[in-house]
Design a protein around this ligand. Structure first.
Ligand SMILES: Cc1ncc(COP(=O)(O)O)c(C=O)c1O
Length: 415
């Protein structure tokens, strides 16, 4: 009998198989999903969990959202992939609709979020060279401290997360890191970092992985004004913050700021396929010519059909309103735990970073205890938990999840 056959539960067996054959680049909670619907995940033992992570906001519209899966099923029966060597009847309508949602002209479709960021960087450098007149190979991009934009070698080159960087050098040059938002309330550090060769400022309007860090109200408008005045592209990475997560279509909308370039991903694929995009006006995206950039899967008909449905759903506005209303409820309830194990709550809409008093344990320890009680969340840094449930969650379900957190804090505070 092998060790796997010896194991008592299917959960143990899958986790052991995972340990042997899946690269150890994650440290997942010991929950083995076998099904999901709406805001709920069912594991291989038949236990149900309220999903308060939503695949890092890729499942904003709920697991297996019926509109999204209907579009996917229909497209599976027509055409799924032709590459960009040919046109498909799905791509242009999707790009037109997404551009309209963003108030822009054009879309560059890609797959993962990191690819959208990489593509945005390439577009900005090319724009700097071709349009702004920056000498070849001299363009620089200003980024924010504690950013998270993905995992490629270029992107980690301007991360300051040691775990994400160490051992992966040499790093890509051309980036300048400055303090973000609350640490640079008047955007003075950004102003100082911009020079004649700066092609872009790349920021998350609300920093996600850093712990849902919301900037002061005048920060983004100042960054916008600076970029306009200095002829620099403002690139908003809305891969996690965008598409209704914060109660608006884009997090930038909270401050009335329109970036030159939106980077989108995650929820754009409806929780079904990887679909990301760089969205900008013609004057920016037309710097790309045939052969200069591409992706075999980028903009494939299946992803485009799903993306069109997602854009239609966003254009109706119901997910944004739901996130705003229920977000107020979530934040009120979480703030009620301040002084009872919670130190601070940040965020917008159905997106909350919850700092737990370290006396109660690390974020990972609290997440494990919540999972035992049927609530799935993810820690970010140290003792911060992130609540980002699918936007189809109900007020009662939010209450239930927050009550479970209160239980865990009551239990962990007593020893
Ligand atoms: C703001 C932001 N940008 C980019 C990414 C990278 O996306 P992906 O994991 O799809 O490459 C993430 C992922 O968490 C993100 O939060």
């Amino acid at each position: 009998m092998t060790m796997l056959e010896n194991m008592t539960t299917e959960t143990d067996m899958v986790i052991e198989l995972d340990r042997r054959h899946v690269a150890h680049n994650y440290s997942p909670l010991p929950v083995v999903a076998a099904g999901a619907e709406g805001a709920w995940i069912t594991d291989v033992e038949g236990r149900r969990y309220l999903d308060c992570l939503a695949a890092y906001s890729a499942v904003n519209f709920g697991h297996r959202n019926p509109e999204v899966t209907a579009a996917a099923h229909a497209q599976l029966d027509t055409v799924t992939l032709v590459s960009r060597a040919f046109h498909s009847d799905r791509l242009a309508p999707f790009c037109a609709a997404l551009a309209a949602l963003c108030g822009k002209d054009m879309v560059l479709p890609m797959n993962s979020g990191a690819e959208a960021v990489e593509s945005g960087i390439k577009v900005a450098r090319k724009w700097g060279h071709d349009v702004k007149g920056v000498p070849a190979d001299q363009g620089n991009i200003v980024v924010a401290r504690n950013n998270f934009h993905g995992r490629t070698t270029t992107i980690i080159s301007f991360s300051d997360d040691d775990t994400a960087r160490r051992g992966f050098g040499p790093y890509t040059p051309g980036f300048r890191s400055v303090p973000f938002g609350p640490d640079d309330p008047h955007a003075e550090a950004i102003a100082d970092a911009i020079d004649d060769n700066t092609v872009a400022v790349l920021i998350e309007p609300i920093q996600g992985e850093a712990g849902i860090i919301v900037p002061p109200d005048d920060y983004l408008p100042r960054v916008r004004a600076l970029c306009t005045a200095r002829n620099v592209l403002l690139i908003a990475d809305e891969i996690q913050s965008g598409l209704a997560r914060t109660g608006r279509t884009f997090a930038c909308d909270h401050w009335g700021v329109v970036p030159d370039v939106y980077l989108l991903g995650k929820a754009l694929g409806g929780g079904v396929v990887p679909l990301s995009a760089v969205v900008a006006d013609r004057a920016v995206l037309e710097v790309l010519h045939p052969g200069e950039h591409g992706s075999t899967f980028g903009g494939n008909p299946l992803a485009a059909a799903i993306g069109s449905t997602v854009v239609e759903m966003l254009a109706r506005g119901e997910f944004q309103s739901r996130s705003a209303e229920l977000g107020t409820h979530l934040h009120d309830r979480l703030r009620g735990l301040i002084g009872r194990g919670v130190i601070a709550v940040r965020g917008r809409g159905l997106w909350a970073g919850v700092d737990i008093d370290p006396v109660h344990g690390t974020g990972k320890q609290i997440s494990l205890k919540l999972a035992e009680r049927g609530v799935l969340v993810k820690d970010t840094h140290g003792s911060t938990l992130r609540f980002a449930p699918p936007l189809v969650i109900t007020a009662d379900e939010i209450d239930w999840a927050v009550d479970r957190l209160a239980d865990v804090l009551a239990e962990t505070g007593s020893h």
